[in-house]
Design a protein around this ligand. Sequence first.
Ligand SMILES: CC(C)(COP(=O)(O)OP(=O)(O)OC[C@H]1O[C@@H](n2cnc3c(N)ncnc32)[C@H](O)[C@@H]1OP(=O)(O)O)[C@@H](O)C(=O)NCCC(=O)NCCS
Length: 173
Amino acid sequence: MEITIRKITPEDVPVLAQMAQQTFYDTFTGTCTEEDMQGFLKEYFNEEQLGKEVANENDLYFFALADGIPAGYIRFMEDYSGLSLMKQWKALELKRIYVLKEFHGKGIAQALIDFFLDYARQQQYQVVWLGVWEHNYRAQKFYEKYGFVNSGHTHDFPIGNTPQTDYWFWKFL
Ligand SMILES: CC(C)(COP(=O)(O)OP(=O)(O)OC[C@H]1O[C@@H](n2cnc3c(N)ncnc32)[C@H](O)[C@@H]1OP(=O)(O)O)[C@@H](O)C(=O)NCCC(=O)NCCS
């Protein structure tokens, strides 16, 4: 299988929206009510919202393609709004990394995170950081393989009316 990474363009937004909804649903279904899930998907993963994000040159979206077919995506941005103490460093936030479940464990996520870490080093970021749900053990294990550690800081990440807590993980470069 040949894995390639390419920038997501405005023309890709319908495919991105479908992938974003599917992967979020598969990851978090059962952790909140179906109503909360559907509300969240509509609010954050509609084509208009994603189109605005993709059009923002500071908001970086890339697909991983498996033999030319979109299999996962990554989103990252320099954004300190989630945890203002990060402002003491030049910090890059990994906002999303989602791989279709049939491609888990196949190196797609590895290609995406390697691409992200290479970018961060090239741009001379001091630290990369991300939020991960406290019970998302697979993702935590994945991040730990790449040297991320739990910073000890947390934040609320409600899905609709369902409260959830995320850990902030970070990795100093
Ligand atoms: C998180 C994600 C990108 C990682 O990609 P992946 O291809 O699954 O990652 P890998 O298989 O390389 O690594 C996962 C590790 O977790 C381990 N693992 C799997 N299930 C686990 C569990 N329930 N508890 C702990 N570890 C687990 C795997 O064995 C593997 O470790 P290993 O390589 O030492 O065997 C992918 O699983 C994904 O898209 N998940 C859904 C979306 C998501 O959770 N995104 C992150 C939001 S913060």
